[in-house]
Design a protein around this ligand. Sequence first.
Ligand code: ADP
Length: 170
Amino acid sequence: MAKVLSSHHAVYVGSFDPLTLGHVDIIQRGAAIFDRITVGVGINPDKHPLFTPEERLSLATKVLSPLKNVEIRCFEGLTVEFIQQCGARVLLRGVRTLSDIETEFTMTLANRALDPEIDTLFLMASEKYTHVSSTLIKQIAQLAQGNAIGKLDEFVPPEVIEPLLKKYKR
Ligand code: ADP
């Protein structure tokens, strides 16, 4: 049977270790464009994330609960195969800087070679989040000595702050 992929349904994948306000901004923009967004929390056996897949899923579910057309799932393996399983046709990616584009370009071509029916759509988050990454947030949570910890709420949703600080016993 021929596969039926919906162009009204987009998939947004990442490690979300942890979910940042940059990710949330992209998901909100996607949810305003598409009928349905599936957020795929990637399980990569080669990475050593701070949060378990269950914790990342649970935090994302809590934060994104007001967005009624967004569902969150964990997945393992290739992104294109996850998109196929979801029955979607569009992969949503967020871009921060020109250097993001370079890696995204290669990844998009590789994904297209694997499934030419799947297209990638790039969205830019608000300029407030250009410098925000999960890596930066983990560094702040781990290393900050002064009032930088109090700035975490500019980078991550409120639900993420306590679990994040707990990981570093702060
Ligand atoms: P990974 O760990 O797989 O690199 P990330 O969780 O870092 O994934 O990012 C998932 C997606 O979100 C990617 O498309 C990435 O470019 C995008 N993204 C991450 N942070 C931001 C941000 N601050 N603004 C816009 N897009 C972002």
